[in-house]
Design a protein around this ligand. Structure first.
Ligand SMILES: *Cc1c(COP(=O)(O)O)cnc(C)c1O
Length: 409
């Protein structure tokens, strides 16, 4: 793919204040404003520089293994008896998921800013591993903050990050999980902003992060658009992607926004069912989810009536988050994208079915998109086409699935 295609065209959103309609923005303490302003101007310059995108394109091709292929899921399509199903194979990207696209893009930006150090936080470890991978490749010092409870739960990923040369700093305050790790990472960033970049992992956080992460993940949709035209002669009727913070979904959706014939469907984590309250379906449950501010950005947030952040649940760590990227909230408002959810149980069904019928073990996050398609495909005619964004591979989830199936059995 020619490098020029990666460079984002002029898209009007977010606006100069970082807003997507009423969502987005920068709701941060005064001490963070200079760091965000520096990042904004560095990215504005990089965005216009063809050499920046050419370098990223080269890394995508020679290191990540892009373009990732599109696979026709023949047996799954036949089994469901409706639409023809295609898979965009981000599970085949180096390190096993789409997260590397953003980590490498931001790491290149770090070099451009003349900084030598990256901080990030991680919950389940996937973003930490992607960040440590990009930092190793480009020779940047890397510190990953992780709650000590999460470190115990995710020992293999802690070891991976260390192998990749990152320093993993355990966070022992509060609940010793992701939100405490975020606080520590941001504290480090503000203290060391001269030398340090904060590498955010999803289409979330204060402006300009949702825009930057989207622009680095757009490669998924740019490739998919060309590949579908080449392989099937037309665009798909629907694109289905799981939505945690929203980066893999916005990445595949964006290049199709002007194609009105293509339905864009985001799938949130329905957990144990909406009625139980144990889920992370931010758009599905007005009783505990409404517009609010979390970690610097205005969007839908799961919260109690006093505005305390609600406890979320999902079988997949990557979807288990109380807020969702602001651009998704906007696309939903204007009716360009639709959002639904898939329960733990349906995701487990999708997980097993894809393994049995296609020889592909998906990430549990991606299995939510499959779980939804199990219901959607049979309602669509045989000539129609669904494209699923298979955001990652499932090796990391084998323990979880083994335990869950044991419980079910
Ligand atoms: C982290 C992760 C997700 C969720 O993050 P988004 O920003 O919503 O894409 C989805 N799939 C995989 C494989 C992940 O690792």
């Amino acid at each position: 793919m020619p490098a020029k295609n990666l460079s984002p065209q002029d898209y009007p959103l977010p606006n100069a204040r970082g807003r997507f309609g009423p969502y987005g923005g920068k709701f941060v303490p005064e001490t963070l404003m200079p760091a965000l302003a520096e990042l904004e101007s560095a990215y504005a310059a990089a965005k216009k520089d063809p050499l920046f995108w050419a370098e990223l394109d080269e890394l995508f091709r020679t290191y990540v293994g892009r373009p990732t292929p599109i696979t026709y899921a023949r047996r799954l399509s036949e089994h469901l008896g409706g639409a023809q199903i295609y898979l965009k194979r981000e599970d085949l990207a180096h390190s096993g998921a789409h997260k590397i696209n953003n980590a490498l893009g931001q790491a290149l930006l770090v070099k451009r800013m003349g900084k030598q150090r990256i901080v990030a936080e991680t919950g389940a470890g996937q973003h930490g591993v992607a960040t440590a991978t990009a930092a190793a490749l480009l020779g940047i010092e890397c510190v990953i903050y992780m709650g000590t409870v999460d470190m115990t739960r995710q020992r293999p990923n802690v070891f991976r990050m260390k192998l990749l040369g990152a320093e993993v700093r355990g966070v022992d305050s509060g609940s010793k999980t992701l939100k405490d790790a975020i606080n520590e990472a941001i504290r480090d960033w503000v203290t060391n902003v001269e030398t340090t970049h904060y590498l955010l992992g999803s289409a979330l956080g204060p402006h300009p992060y949702p825009m930057i992460v989207r622009d680095f993940q757009r490669v998924i949709g740019l490739e998919a658009r060309e590949q579908m035209l080449a392989q099937t002669g037309r665009l798909p009727d629907a694109i289905v992607a799981c939505v945690g913070g929203g980066s893999n979904a916005i990445g595949i959706f964006h290049p199709f926004l002007d194609d009105d014939s293509v339905r864009l469907i985001g799938v949130e984590a329905g957990g144990m069912g909406i009625e139980t309250g144990k889920h992370a379906a931010r758009f599905a449950d007005p009783s505990i989810s409404r517009v609010g501010v979390l970690q610097g950005v205005k969007s839908y947030v799961m919260q109690d009536k006093h505005g305390q952040i609600a406890l979320t649940h999902s079988i997949s760590a990557g979807l288990d988050y109380a807020s969702v990227g602001p651009e998704h909230a906007w696309l939903r408002d204007i009716g360009r994208a639709e959002y639904t959810y898939c329960t733990d149980e349906q995701a487990l069904e999708g997980f097993q079915l894809l393994a049995h019928l296609e020889g592909i073990i998906p990430a549990l996050e991606s299995a939510h998109a499959i779980g939804h398609v199990l219901q959607l495909a049979p309602t669509m005619p045989k000539e129609s086409i669904i494209l699923i964004n298979l955001s990652g591979r499932g090796d990391k989830d084998l323990d979880t699935v083994m335990n869950a199936l044991g419980t079910l059995a």
